[in-house]
Design a protein around this ligand. Structure first.
Ligand SMILES: [Zn+2]
Length: 346
């Protein structure tokens, strides 16, 4: 396949949290206690996540004597012929679907537009709320579904739209129809869109060794630590950037209309930030505001997409260990919304 576009939506939420405890003794003792408490908290959180996943697999009847516990983050990759019920959960006696079986893990959807449209639209709720609700006459059920969505798709039915080396044989209508199978609201909930063009023979032959995964992992873990430390402290007061002379943040406006069911959940990473955290930790200065203004105008970003753009920019800043979001962080985050720009925006 060529021109595959991996798309990622981050949406991992632990259900509950232990309070961060800090000793009131001497400095050295306090530091050691803090480290111990954090390690203890992480361990407890991981165990809780595993317990939740094990329960879901048990309800789905997927445990046996060889695999009685789920102790690693799950990775699910359903085929595109999967039914909507099997994808999000359902049945006369409701069972968890693939989104719940990927709880605290990854749901990989290859050939995303080939999935049934109904199933794709139903994904919107768990991507936003981290839970799937199923109503039956006798009862209603809620299955947790906090997963990272990773998806890939071709740009058109033949796979060569926009290809440098081979001509696309699809009609413009067919290309448009194919791409529109991914609706705007679903695309809004996907944080990173990356276009992967086909390599030429020379590029393939001269392929350089990339950065080792271990190195990337180290960097990611470091950024996650920065985020965990950030969210273990109480929220700062409303920053001066958001005073009477600045318009309300779009995320605040959206939150007033539809309060998030995640509002009372603990926050551990940027993907989980609600309007209050975004306001506190993603403060744009004037140059950043100007860039964002242009992005909103040019890409036609919704409040939700704007919100996610800021979170991605915050994460890019964290990877650089930068305290404030700068225009380069926002510009990079805008680059990761290539599908908005190239296909859906036009
Ligand atoms: Zn084509």
């Amino acid at each position: 396949m060529s021109n595959i576009s991996p798309m990622v939506s981050t949406n991992l939420y632990p259900q509950t949290a232990l309070p961060f405890v800090e000793s009131s003794g001497q400095q050295g003792r306090r530091d050691r206690t803090s480290i111990w408490c954090r390690a203890h908290e992480e361990g407890a959180r991981q165990k809780r996540n595993n317990d939740e996943a094990t329960k879901l697999y048990s309800i789905a009847g997927l445990l046996n004597s060889e695999r009685a516990l789920i102790n690693t983050r799950p990775f699910r990759s359903p085929h595109h012929t999967v039914s909507t019920a099997a994808l999000v959960g359902g049945g006369s006696v409701p069972r968890p679907g693939e989104v719940s079986l990927a709880h605290h893990g990854v749901l990989f959807m290859d050939e995303l537009p080939e999935f049934p449209r109904d199933g794709l639209e139903v994904l919107r709720q768990p991507l936003e709320d981290g839970v799937v609700h199923i109503a039956r006459v006798s009862a209603s059920y809620a299955f947790p579904a906090l997963f990272t969505l990773v998806a890939a798709m071709n740009p058109c039915p033949c796979g060569f739209y926009g290809d440098k080396f081979r001509e696309c044989t699809c009609t413009p209508e067919a290309v448009k129809k194919y791409q529109k199978r991914i609706s705007g609201p679903l695309l809004d909930r996907i944080d990173l869109h990356i276009e992967v063009p086909r390599l030429s023979e020379d590029e393939l032959l001269q392929m350089q060794q990339g950065e080792a995964s271990e190195k990337i992992r180290e960097r990611v873990c470091k950024a996650r630590k920065v985020q965990e430390n950030r969210f273990t402290h109480p929220l700062p007061q409303t920053p001066s950037h958001y005073t009477e002379d600045t318009p309300p943040h779009p995320a605040d406006q959206a939150a007033q209309k539809t309060p998030s069911p995640q509002a009372n959940r603990p926050v551990y990473c940027n993907a989980q930030m609600g309007p209050a955290e975004i306001r506190a930790y993603c403060q744009p200065d004037e140059p950043v505001k100007e860039l964002l203004r242009q992005a909103i105008q040019n890409l036609g970003l919704s409040a939700r997409a704007y919100d996610r753009l800021l979170k991605v920019a915050r994460t890019i800043a964290d990877l650089e260990n930068a305290e404030h979001i700068t225009t380069s962080h926002v510009a990079e985050a805008i680059n990761y919304r290539s599908l908005d720009r190239k296909y859906w925006g036009g």
